[in-house]
Ligand binder design. Structure first.
Ligand SMILES: [Zn+2]
Length: 282
């Protein structure tokens, strides 16, 4: 059975996710888990959303022979990127309180959003880091004290460096990574989840799709990222399969299969991916 270390069960769904108690949501999540299992995908790590769909999904997942983990909500800094992915905080102290609250709600790990997504208009750019090294370290330490791993959304070399040095268990996306950050990753215990599918799928979208205007910039991101992942494989970086399913043009189920293919194109064998997956779903 394959796994997917980065999906959003509350995004890209054919049903409304705004009412956690609705029958529509529960039935929709049942359908989602059935689809994943039918495709041979038996372990899923959610990336959180503002509605906390992961909390309902954790309950529903018990009905299935599936391993599902969720941070419930991601944590981001007020006024910065991440509004649809979680709950905001003003500073690291508030973040630590939210981490404790999520722990009490039985979150399986903590998701922290450190940067925005890569710019479609300004290639290679994203927003500056939302937390500095000391702040992020404090948040990660708090999570670790509670026995929770941390999933850090970070793009650009400087933010990736902060995340690795702060002790991130996984680094999500990692676009624009450079050689120094790859070396740092290789020497660390952090696992990289490069999420190749979103830009790859935008780059290949049909003419009539609203995202077609971003095909060429997405192609550039995808190509650069493939080169980086290949280098990471050679350096021995631990890499996990994570599709970002639920994101634009990454449908649940098929997105995982797409990501698996992109990882294989970068030289990652199924065995290697499964080896890293076991660290995340132990
Ligand atoms: Zn995501």
């Amino acid at each position: 059975m394959l796994y997917d270390a980065h999906i959003h069960c509350g995004l890209g769904q054919p049903f409304s996710v705004k009412k956690p108690d609705s029958q529509e949501l529960k039935d929709g999540l049942r359908q989602m888990f059935e689809n994943y299992l039918a495709l041979g995908i038996g372990s899923l790590r959610d990336g959180g959303d503002k509605w906390g769909v992961g909390l309902v999904a954790k309950e529903i997942a018990r009905e299935f022979p599936i391993h599902f983990k969720s941070p419930i909500h991601g944590i981001y800094k007020s006024g910065c990127y991440g509004e649809f992915l979680g709950q905001s905080v003003d500073n690291a102290n508030e973040a630590c309180q939210l981490i404790e609250e999520l722990y009490r709600k039985k979150a399986d790990f903590i998701k922290i959003i450190l940067t925005g997504i890569m710019s479609f208009d300004d290639f290679g750019k994203t927003d500056p880091a939302q937390f500095n090294l000391a702040e992020l370290r404090k948040m990660i330490d708090r999570a670790h004290d509670l026995g929770l791993q941390t999933m850090i959304h970070a793009n650009t070399p400087s933010a990736i460096k902060i995340a690795v040095e702060a002790g991130a268990d996984t680094i999500e996306h990692g676009y624009s990574i450079d050689d120094a950050a790859l070396e740092l990753l290789a020497q660390s215990q952090s696992i990289w989840v490069p999420t190749l599918a979103p830009f790859a799928n935008i780059a290949a979208c049909p003419d009539h799709h609203a995202m077609a205007i971003y095909r060429s910039v997405s192609e550039k991101y995808f190509e650069g990222h493939q080169r980086a992942v290949k280098k990471a494989v050679d350096l021995g970086v631990k890499i996990a399969l994570g599709s970002d399913s639920g994101a634009t043009l990454v449908p649940h189920g098929q997105g995982t299969l797409d990501e698996f293919r992109f990882c294989q194109l970068c030289g990652l064998s199924e065995e290697k991916l499964m080896e890293t997956g076991r660290l995340l779903f132990a």
